[in-house]
Design a protein around this ligand. Structure first.
Ligand SMILES: Nc1ncnc2c1ncn2[C@@H]1O[C@H](COP(=O)(O)OP(=O)(O)OP(=O)(O)O)[C@@H](O)[C@H]1O
Ligand SMILES: [Mg+2]
Length: 227
C-alpha cells in the first residue's frame, strides 16, 4: 500500500521525501494527537512544531473509492506549496515540508498550527464555546474565505472542522488545514474563479451559521450585535 501511495504523489509537487524508505520513521506505540475521517494526525517525534498526516487503513470499499478520488495528502501538499510559493509566509495555510515514510504509512509533514503561547490551536466551534468572541472569529473566518477566493484556491470540503484558529495577543488568524482540491467530475471551480468564488461564498455562509449556532445562548443574549 505504501508503494501505491508513493506512486500516487505526483513529482511536480516538488515535495521532498524526508527519509529514504530504508530509513523509516518509527511511530511505534505513539497515539495520534487528532483524527479525521480520512487521516490520523501525529505529532512529529522530537519536533512538536510539525505534524504527520497519515491516511487511515482502508477496507475494500474505501480502496475502490480511492481510485476515483485524489489523495488528501497530495491535495494539501499541492495547494499549500503553491500558496506559499506565491505568498511566502502566508498565514492562512500551514507550511508543508514534504513526505516521510513511517511504519504506519506515508505521512505528509506539515507545520503544526499552534497559538502564540504554544498551546494547540482550536477549531472555531470549540474556540467560541470556550472564549466567546464571535465577532472576532467571524472576521477571521471572513478574511480566510476572502483570501481563498482572491487567489482562486479550490476547496472541496472547507468546513468548520477543517479550520483552526491561531490566536496571539488578541489577534485571531484562521488557518485551513484540510479540504483542498476539486472533486467535481466537471471541475468548474478549478476552471472558473467566479464559480469558485460563489462556491466559497456558500461554504462561508454555512460555516458562519454553524458558529452562530455554537455560540452559547447567554453570550448571544448579552449582546445582540454579536449575531
Ligand atoms: N497542521 C495541523 N496543526 C494542528 N492540528 C491539525 C493540523 N492538521 C490537522 N489538525 C487537526 O486534526 C484534525 C483532523 O485533520 P484533517 O482534517 O486534516 O483530517 P481528515 O481525515 O482529512 O479530516 P476529514 O474528517 O475532514 O476528512 C483537524 O480537524 C485538526 O483539529
Ligand atoms: Mg478534516
Amino acid at each position: 500500500m505504501d508503494e501505491y501511495i508513493l506512486r500516487m504523489v505526483p513529482k511536480p509537487l516538488g515535495c521532498t521525501y524526508l527519509t529514504e524508505r530504508s530509513r523509516m520513521l518509527h511511530l511505534g506505540g505513539e497515539q495520534p494527537m487528532a483524527s479525521g475521517s480520512k487521516r490520523l494526525i501525529y505529532t512529529m517525534p522530537r519536533n512538536p512544531e510539525l505534524v504527520l498526516k497519515i491516511a487511515r487503513k482502508k477496507n475494500f470499499a474505501k480502496r475502490l473509492r480511492r481510485l476515483f478520488r485524489k489523495s488528501a495528502n497530495a491535495a494539501d501538499a499541492y495547494w499549500c506549496r503553491k500558496i506559499h510559493g506565491m505568498i511566502p509566509d502566508c498565514a492562512f495555510v500551514p507550511r508543508v515540508l514534504g513526505f516521510v515514510c513511517t511504519d504506519q504509512g506515508v505521512a505528509l509533514v506539515e507545520e503544526r498550527i499552534r497559538n502564540g503561547d504554544g498551546t494547540p490551536a482550536l477549531q472555531p466551534v470549540e474556540f467560541i464555546r470556550r472564549f466567546g468572541r464571535l465577532p472576532a472569529v467571524r472576521q477571521a473566518v471572513e478574511e480566510l474565505f476572502d483570501f481563498l477566493a482572491r487567489h482562486h484556491v479550490v476547496c472541496n470540503d472547507i468546513s468548520e472542522q477543517n479550520i483552526l484558529l491561531r490566536h496571539h495577543k488578541h489577534q485571531i488568524q484562521a488557518v485551513v488545514v484540510d479540504g483542498f482540491g476539486d472533486n467535481h467530475l466537471i471541475p468548474y471551480p478549478s476552471l472558473s474563479s467566479r464559480m469558485n468564488r460563489r462556491k466559497l461564498e456558500r461554504k462561508k455562509e454555512r460555516v458562519l451559521r454553524k458558529l452562530v449556532e455554537a455560540t452559547p445562548a447567554d453570550v448571544m443574549a448579552q449582546d445582540p450585535t454579536k449575531r
